[in-house]
Design a binder for this molecule. Structure first.
Ligand code: ATP
Ligand code: MG
Length: 456
């Protein structure tokens, strides 16, 4: 392992001034795995004032980026290096914030407060690896293990629960049995984590395309993180079209979305897959034959999904896009041009300017939905190819779903029909748009002008 130049410079400067310093955290973990892109955190027994003095005397720009927790950032060769004082955390009476942060002299004390064995290693350009909890071995064996007694560590800070799950999903690691038991026992305390911190972790899981695996591997944790998903667990759909319960179906859809997009699904499609059927349990009804129905679940689902994502502080544009996909994921539509245009208009109304990519995403969601029901429903996925073909043709022609897409303007209406500016102009354009969208008239200027002239 070779420490990046900027990190070596910072460590050398601090140690030349009589302090001790190590690289810690994510860089060490990822470098041991052969990945070198991680940002670099340095930890030192120097207090932040001392680090700031030493590094600015050495000629580097120093930002007081987090002095409340003992952190400064030095900019070396354009690279930011965070330097934090060795510290331990006091008790956590609220499961979120340590009651006190205390600076210490021994790096091992700093490492013992860290969450997972492979996140609790330090590395030094000449002293090498300091790995008191067997992090390198766990990394090689593919094991997620908490430092210390798992239940106690999760009780101290419940965010560690979802972090452990995130790392197991990101790295494809199994969770060591004691840590796993503690995850399940402590999952309910996720309710006490600040929802935006929880949202960051969940968003990371969703954006990795790992929400489906998360649902399958860690149902207690995922349902505690998003309580709205809990009722779908084991919820029998009583439908010949579904071989899975609602929760399993959701997990399959999340995975199928990845399969259909080669693992490159946009974030809103991933979020939509995770929450598309969230309202199924609450909209369930049974007919006289005992078949289950979920009338209105897409509309209700979009409402619930918006609440969930807002609470988790997911960015607005992402929420709008995911919710419009959820809203229309189950809409019956014929494979015709007018139907494609109506759909573009709906997507445009929710997310102006993003209607075309969202339409393709909607087809991916519907394909993923179809292959996650039953064998006979899966053939529907190939039907969706017709929609995608029609959409591509519409995009190639220039889609027509708003009056501004018409080949004639308000000025043409006024001139041809001899009407004055006012609502009548808009009404004429709306009539034209309806006719063009329905395929009754081509979007051709001459023909439209003729139609206007004849319509008087
Ligand atoms: P990522 O690539 O996800 O950023 P990271 O390891 O850098 O991975 P951070 O969240 O940036 O993760 O945290 C940096 C380090 O701080 C971690 O490696 C871990 O040692 C420690 N850490 C972070 N959050 C906690 C926590 N809640 N409890 C204990 N230690 C933590
Ligand atoms: Mg980090």
């Amino acid at each position: 392992m070779v420490a990046p130049f900027a990190a070596r410079v910072v460590i050398e400067a601090l140690e030349a001034a009589g302090f001790e310093a190590w690289i810690v955290g994510g860089w060490v973990r990822d470098a041991l795995r052969g990945e070198s892109g991680h940002d670099i955190d340095v930890t030192s027994n120097a207090l932040w004032q001392e680090s700031a003095r030493v590094l600015s005397n050495a000629g580097y720009e120093v930002l007081l980026s987090g002095i409340a927790h003992g952190t400064i950032t030095a900019i070396v060769a354009d690279e930011p290096i965070e330097v934090t004082t060795y510290r331990v955390e006091g008790t956590y009476s609220d499961h979120r914030h340590p009651d006190e942060v205390r600076f210490v002299q021994d790096v091992r004390e700093d490492l013992v407060r860290r969450d997972l064995t492979f996140n609790a290693m330090a590395w030094h350009p000449t002293r090498g690896l300091l790995d008191p909890f067997g992090g390198a071995q766990d990394l090689a064996a593919g094991i997620v293990r908490v430092v210390g007694e798992p239940q106690k560590r999760f009780e101290e800070d419940a965010l560690r629960i979802i972090r452990a799950v995130r790392f197991s999903l990101r790295l494809g690691f199994v969770v060591e049995p004691r840590t796993q038991r503690a995850l399940e026992v402590c999952a309910p305390s996720l309710a006490e984590v600040a929802s935006e911190r929880l949202g960051k972790e969940l968003d990371a899981i969703v954006r990795m395309g790992k929400a489906g695996c998360g649902l399958m591997d860690q149902p207690e944790v995922m349902c505690a993180a998003i309580p709205e998903l809990a009722p779908s667990r084991g919820f029998d759909q009583r439908s010949v079209y579904h071989v899975y319960d609602v929760y399993e179906h959701i997990a399959h859809v999340c995975n199928a979305v990845e399969a259909f997009t080669a693992g490159l699904a946009p974030a809103e499609l991933r979020w939509a897959a995770l929450l598309h059927d969230v309202a199924k349990p609450m909209t369930y009804s049974e007919d006289a034959d005992g078949h289950g129905h979920f009338f209105d679940h897409p509309r209700q689902g979009a409402i619930v999904a918006r609440e969930v994502m807002r609470r988790l502080a997911i960015p607005h544009e992402l929420v709008d896009a995911a919710c419009v996909l959820i809203r229309w994921h189950d809409e019956r539509m014929p494979a015709t041009e007018p139907a494609i245009r109506r759909m573009l208009a709906r997507l445009y109304a929710a997310c102006p300017g993003r209607e075309v990519p969202l339409a393709f995403e909607l087809f991916d969601l519907r394909r993923a939905d179809a292959v996650s029901k039953c064998a006979s429903a899966a053939s529907w996925a190939s039907e969706l190819d017709k929609y995608a073909r029609l959409l591509r043709a519409e995009v190639a022609r220039g889609p027509v779903f708003a009056t501004r897409h018409l080949a004639v303007s308000g000025a043409d209406v006024m001139r041809t029909c001899g009407v004055a500016p006012g609502p009548a102009v808009g009404m004429q354009l709306e009539m034209l748009l309806r006719a063009v969208m329905a395929g009754e008239l081509p979007n051709d200027r001459e023909l439209l002008v003729a139609w206007l002239a004849g319509s008087l």
